[in-house]
Design a protein around this ligand. Structure first.
Ligand SMILES: Cc1cc2nc3c(=O)[nH]c(=O)nc-3n(C[C@H](O)[C@H](O)[C@H](O)COP(=O)(O)OP(=O)(O)OC[C@H]3O[C@@H](n4cnc5c(N)ncnc54)[C@H](O)[C@@H]3O)c2cc1C
Length: 495
């Protein structure tokens, strides 16, 4: 039997892989997508239990880009998008001196907030009007925030934001890696206020903005994309190794735990997450593999805790709270008040808390039993949220390599990876360890990569057609382009 050959193989059917394969298929490209799990979606996993809607991985999408909007538009008949409730968005809290303080959202709240001292507030205003530009390429988010707005803002607000988005300390995160656009502004502008006002007028905003989920939870999105891909998505298909050949790639995989099979392709897109990517590339591209494996990640544990409404004294009137680095003894990273954001996440008479625990806070989250983790969460929240009862529902999800850290050398690392990729024609890498962690970023990057592949393939086809025509004209029809030598030269021209 001959080995099947496709234009493109995508490995990994998380949102990055699904979106890539979907765009390729839409353009008529011959594509297959291989997924190790029995289901598509990667970390986007929703479970319905006892009337609760539990997001085991991500909770919502912050729509910031047209690519995501287009996806929503395409699937509008099948998806039921839901925006976060307005009041939850307006009230976000930060733990400050063991109390929950609302982040100011208007000038009066800013004047009265206990989060910043009067000197801290004046320093912030001064920084907004005029502050020093950044100079170092490898500056941290903490350094930039403190230089621009003062130490208090860096410690009490920005560090909490970093915990919320990256589950990491702002001192260890690269400004350019995490917020490329802000780093560019930090290089150029002296007045953040004027630049914010200017860009507010200039930026074209997506129609559906803000935080979005779906009636059936976030996993509804990968599900509809997977349905559209049909037989081109192969689940229970564990990719074991990759070999680069003269004409592309040879991929060996095990399907349904059975025997090794092989599939060939011209373009290979790896969307498997950082650890799996470096393992798969170890023999085909060892330098690239070791560069990828040097990107650090940290584990994260998500606890969904359901409570009887009468057992929570706090009104939970907001999005939830984050814990800045100034509260090192508090063992949680933050808590989301899930049903305040999306009311359908908890049944009537119940509330749902989504609690994040990171191992550097407890030092040993991996070794703790689930009961101990619940105990840590409930004990920490007892006074803060006036808990008077135990959870009626507990769901715990451990994500061992969940969150890649865009550390201070991230931009250099990614540049090295991209340099290495140039010597592996038609190998493509996508995933949250490179150019953005959010679902919105993954969708945007996948759309861009797919469009690059489509261009390359059509270029290669044009060249191939051209050459065939020339061959015929020269009456050399016997030397029609044949693999591997001629196709290889086409691949090189297409690059
Ligand atoms: C706990 C948590 C909370 C988050 N919260 C949010 C949030 O609220 N909002 C937001 O925007 N982002 C959030 N994120 C980030 C975002 O969800 C992820 O960055 C994004 O979903 C990653 O998608 P991906 O397709 O790149 O990778 P993944 O979802 O990890 O998918 C990779 C896929 O590759 C498959 N695979 C791996 N190895 C192989 C192999 N050898 N063969 C075949 N298949 C393989 C895996 O089974 C998996 O399906 C969160 C992430 C986590 C973990």
């Amino acid at each position: 039997m001959t080995t099947p050959q496709h234009d493109v193989i995508v490995v990994g059917a998380g949102i990055s892989g699904l979106t890539t394969a979907w765009h390729l298929k839409q353009a008529g490209v011959d594509v297959k997508i291989l997924e190790a799990n029995a289901y598509a979606g990667g970390v986007m996993q929703t479970q319905h239990r006892d009337g609760f809607l539990l997001e085991k991985g991500p909770f919502n999408v912050l729509v910031r880009d047209e690519s995501f909007e287009q996806l929503l538009l395409h699937f509008q008949d099948k998806l039921d998008p839901i925006s976060a409730s307005g009041s939850s968005g307006r009230s976000r809290f930060v733990l400050h001196r063991s109390r929950l303080c609302k982040l100011p959202s208007n000038p009066w709240q800013f004047i009265t907030t206990p989060l910043l001292s009067p000197i801290g507030k004046l320093r912030l205003i001064r920084g907004l009007l005029l502050s020093r530009r950044g100079t170092s390429a490898n500056r941290s988010i903490d350094e930039a925030a403190a230089r621009r707005f003062g130490r208090e803002v860096a410690d009490r607000l920005v560090s909490a934001l970093c915990v919320g988005i990256y589950a990491a300390e702002s001192k260890t995160l690269s400004l350019a890696g995490c917020f490329h656009g802000i780093a560019e502004m930090d290089d150029r502008l002296r007045s953040p206020l004027i630049s914010a006002l200017t860009s507010a007028f200039k930026t074209r905003r997506p129609k559906r903005q803000g935080l979005v989920s779906f009636r059936n939870g976030l996993s509804a999105l990968p599900k509809v994309i997977a349905e559209d891909l049909g037989d081109d998505l192969i689940t229970n298909c564990d990719t074991k190794s990759i070999k680069q050949t003269q004409t592309g790639f040879e991929i060996s995989y095990i399907i349904n735990g059975g025997i090794d099979e092989i599939i060939r392709c011209r373009h290979l897109v790896l969307c498997v997450g950082k650890s799996a990517a470096s393992t798969l590339l170890k023999s085909a591209a060892p330098t690239l593999a070791s560069e990828i494996s040097s990107i650090p990640t940290s584990p994260l544990t998500v606890l969904n805790l359901g409570f009887d409404r009468k057992h929570i004294g706090h009104p939970l009137d907001g999005f939830g709270f984050l814990v800045p680095s100034t509260e090192p003894d508090f063992p949680l990273l933050g808590v989301l008040w899930a049903d305040s954001v999306f009311p359908h996440h908890a049944p009537k008479g119940s509330r749902l808390l989504r609690v994040f625990i990171r191992d550097s806070h407890t030092n040993e989250v991996d070794t703790k039993s689930d009961n101990e983790l619940v105990d840590i969460a409930v004990t920490s929240l007892r006074n803060l949220l006036q808990l008077t009862g135990e959870p009626t529902l507990v769901d715990i999800c451990h994500w061992p390599n969940a969150i890649p850290h865009y550390t201070l050398d991230h931009v250099n690392r990614v540049a090295n990876i991209e340099r290495q990729l140039q010597s592996h024609a038609n190998l493509h890498l996508l995933g949250n360890y490179l150019h953005g962690m959010s679902i919105n970023d993954c969708v945007k990057n996948a759309a861009q990569e797919a469009s690059g592949i489509i261009t390359k393939l059509s270029l290669q086809k044009d060249i191939k057609d051209d050459m065939s025509q020339q061959c015929r004209q020269l009456d050399h029809s016997a030397i029609e382009p044949k693999e591997p030598a001629i196709l290889q030269s086409l691949e090189n021209k297409g690059n």
